[in-house]
Design a protein around this ligand. Structure first.
Ligand SMILES: C[S@@+](CC[C@H](N)C(=O)[O-])C[C@H]1O[C@@H](n2cnc3c(N)ncnc32)[C@H](O)[C@@H]1O
Length: 213
């Protein structure tokens, strides 16, 4: 058996032997694949379970998500909010907001998830409270900028999770394109940041999990 099919089969095994997607997420996953132009942007079952797991372990009071898309990861993250906690999710585009709103209502999470349509770079400054958990999953070239914007707002022990940090393996390329270089520089910056403890997990497209010491 070659390496790729073994990896794919193991990934499938992990999905079928982890807690199943609930009905709302399964429908949202399917509809995102039918109705959107880039369904591969959705976090998906296994990564979604990881986001839920981290959030459930932390029981955050405030989660910030940069990049809502159809709301899949927002729902996964919001499942771990403590009583009275809330999640702010920002997306520059309105294209799929209706899908996110519908799924969030079906999940019964409409009172704790706030969707904002804006360029995240322009409004993160407005957040005054301490943030417990951040999911960075928007424009790749701005990851380091997002990191510098959110880090001072994090409480000690807070966690920043950044998606797509392996960029389909392109971070290994000798000749990197702009997005790949930005992601590589983000990972390199985290590696030398003494204020944090970090772990890159090679799940899906790579998650950099960064805990503020
Ligand atoms: C990969 S998708 C998010 C997927 C979602 N987090 C999930 O896992 O289901 C990235 C989203 O970031 C949004 N985006 C791109 N640039 C942005 C910006 N400057 N501010 C806010 N959102 C942005 C895009 O419109 C897109 O919907």
């Amino acid at each position: 058996m070659d390496m790729i099919s073994t990896t794919e089969q193991l990934y499938e095994y992990c999905e079928t032997h982890s807690t199943a997607e609930d009905r709302v997420l399964a429908i949202l996953n399917r509809e995102t694949h039918i109705k959107t132009l880039a369904p591969n942007m959705l976090s998906g079952h296994l990564q979604g379970n990881l986001l839920t797991m981290v959030s459930m372990m932390m029981q955050p009071g405030l989660i910030l998500e940069i990049g809502t898309f159809t709301g899949y990861s927002a729902i996964c993250l919001a499942k771990g909010l403590r009583q009275g906690g809330r999640l702010i999710s920002i997306d520059i585009s309105e294209d799929y907001r209706h899908m996110a709103e519908k799924a969030i209502c079906e999940a019964g999470l409409e009172t704790c998830i706030e969707l904002i349509t804006a360029d995240a770079k322009k409004i993160i400054h407005d957040i005054q409270e301490k943030i417990d958990l951040v999911f960075i999953d928007a424009d790749k070239e701005a990851y380091l900028e997002y990191y510098h914007m959110v880090k001072p707002k994090m409480r000690p022990g807070g966690v920043i999770i950044a998606d797509n940090v392996l960029w389909k393996g392109k971070v290994l390329d000798a000749d990197m394109d702009k997005k790949t270089r930005a992601l590589h520089e983000f990972n390199a910056h985290i590696r030398q940041d003494q204020d944090v403890f970090s772990l890159i997990l090679p799940i899906r497209d790579g998650l950099n999990i960064v805990m503020i010491r």
